[in-house]
Design a protein around this ligand. Structure first.
Ligand code: GAL
Length: 387
């Protein structure tokens, strides 16, 4: 096996065209994103997949029933796009749908699964996002994901399978068995705080359903969009504050979601880059054992609402990643008793805390730690047991 890393071992990292560009995608944009991955440190930070979402094809298949890339958007064809992305040492992703049509009304892969998988392999893709619109009602989504999974696993190329059924139809109960490497557990994200908050809260109780080879995908990141979508639905105006984007990235990192950038990284500012490329947060997200995070309510518990909590992720080397999240609208003190981590005072250990955003040591603490966290903000620490 040498250096071979199996597909889906860790949450995928990359960029997806949908949040910012929706239908307005073309070859030049994709090339520029690939260039930017290399020149601005995204590749170095671990981002790998460049994914073209919906709206890339013609509205009709050809006479042979094949999908056809829209020549106005991709004049050189998909193989050329793939070659370019590969020449940068990156990977290429595309999009289709379990139904007869994609959500935007382009041909879906229903009853064409094996044919389309062969075509994707010919083009040289490495990732397929597979949506859930226009699904015939007489057939289960579970079976349709199994179909495409089987088709991809037998198309002669390693293609990461990204299921996208928005958490519907009890997906948690069957998606791992289907062979998908990641699965969307939520409806579409929007570029505003309410959306980020509600998606995160909706998945707090679902952390037992994520892990290696089948990661819970909480949707693409809106970090750095600042209302820059061309779609009113996703959020053409408004956006979030940098603090909110930082909290969003921290939640997705700790909760083990794939990290798929959704902003126009050709126009990123230094703060966006700092957030998306934070090496400590990325290391937590990419930790080899890929454990879900557990939630602790701050003490005194009766005092706190459900949008104030700690998330703890057990890391491979014995450290703990701990996020203190205040999603409420006013400042809070979040008291963590180390007892709740499985570390009683009598064990004789203290925790040495490293602040992953400020990139500095906070000191050594015994028994408890109680930071004050501003509204919508968070503190993420890496905690090491020390005597
Ligand atoms: C939605 C999906 C989005 C995007 C869109 C394309 O169903 O959740 O992420 O892919 O379709 O039409």
């Amino acid at each position: 096996m040498g250096n071979y890393e199996p597909l889906g071992l860790k949450p995928a990292m990359g960029w997806n065209s949908w949040n910012t560009f929706t239908w307005d995608i073309h070859e030049q944009l994709i090339r520029e994103v690939a260039d930017r991955f290399v020149s601005e440190g995204y590749k170095e930070a671990g981002y790998e997949y460049i994914v073209i979402d919906d709206c890339w094809s013609l509205k009709e298949r050809d006479a042979g029933g094949n999908l056809v890339a829209d020549p106005a958007k991709f004049p050189g064809g998909m193989k050329a796009v793939a070659d370019y992305i590969h020449s940068k040492g990156l990977k290429f992703g595309m999009y289709s749908c379990v139904g007869t049509h994609t959500c935007a009304g382009y041909p879906g892969s229903f009853e064409h699964e094996f044919q389309d998988a062969a075509r994707f392999a010919e083009w040289g893709i490495d990732f397929l996002k597979y949506d859930y619109c226009f699904k015939p009602r007489h057939i289960s989504g579970e079976l349709l994901y199994k179909r495409m999974s089987l088709a991809l696993k037998n198309c002669g190329r390693d293609i990461l399978f990204s299921a996208c059924n928005w958490g519907e139809d009890g997906v948690y109960n069957w998606i791992r068995e289907s062979g998908a490497h990641m699965y969307r557990s939520t409806g579409d994200i929007r570029d505003n705080w309410e959306s980020v908050k509600s998606l995160a809260l909706s998945q707090l109780g679902k952390q037992c359903y994520t892990g290696s080879f089948c990661h819970n995908d909480m949707d693409m990141l809106v970090v750095g969009m600042y209302g820059g979508s061309n779609s009113d639905f996703i959020g053409r105006i408004g956006g979030c504050s940098d603090t909110q984007y930082k909290t969003h990235f921290s939640l997705w990192s700790l909760m083990g979601s794939p990290l798929m950038i959704g902003c126009d990284i050709r126009k990123d500012n230094p703060i966006t880059k700092q957030i998306l490329q934070n090496p400590h947060l990325i290391a937590i997200n990419q930790d080899l054992e890929a454990r879900g995070a557990y939630r602790i309510k701050p003490e005194p518990q009766w005092f706190h609402t459900d949008d104030v909590f700690m998330l703890v992720k057990v890391l491979t080397d014995g450290d703990l990643a701990i996020g203190f999240f205040n999603l409420s609208d006013s400042q809070r003190e979040l008291s963590l008793q180390f007892w709740d981590l499985g570390l009683p005072y009598a064990a004789g250990f203290s925790l040495s805390l490293f602040d992953c955003w400020a990139e500095q040591e906070l000191g050594v603490f015994r028994e408890r730690y109680a930071p004050v966290v501003a509204a919508h903000d968070c503190l993420v620490v890496r905690a090491k047991l020390v005597r």
